[in-house]
Design a protein around this ligand. Structure first.
Ligand code: SF4
Ligand code: SF4
Length: 57
C-alpha cells in the first residue's frame, strides 16, 4: 500500500519530497501529497518526516 500524508499533521517542510526516490511527493494545495501511482512503499519519507505525518494506509 502507498504511504499517506496526514494533512492535519503536515507542516509543509518539504523534506519528504526531497528524499523520495520515486519523486512521488509534491506540494499540494494545502500540504504535501503522495501520488499512489508512483509510490513504491519504500518507507523513506516516513522515516524522515519530522512530525510523523506519514504512515502506511
Ligand atoms: S516531511 Fe512530513 S511535515 Fe514535511 S512536508 Fe513531508 S509530510 Fe509534511
Ligand atoms: S514510501 Fe518511498 S516511494 Fe512512497 S512516497 Fe515515501 S519515499 Fe516516496
Amino acid at each position: 500500500m502507498p504511504r499517506k500524508i496526514d494533512a492535519d499533521e503536515c507542516i509543509s517542510c518539504g523534506v519528504c519530497a526531497d528524499v523520495c526516490p520515486e519523486e512521488a511527493i509534491s506540494e499540494g494545495e494545502d500540504v504535501y501529497e503522495i501520488d499512489p501511482e508512483k509510490c513504491t512503499d519504500c518507507g523513506t519519507c516516513e522515516d524522515e518526516c519530522p512530525v510523523d505525518a506519514i504512515s502506511a494506509e
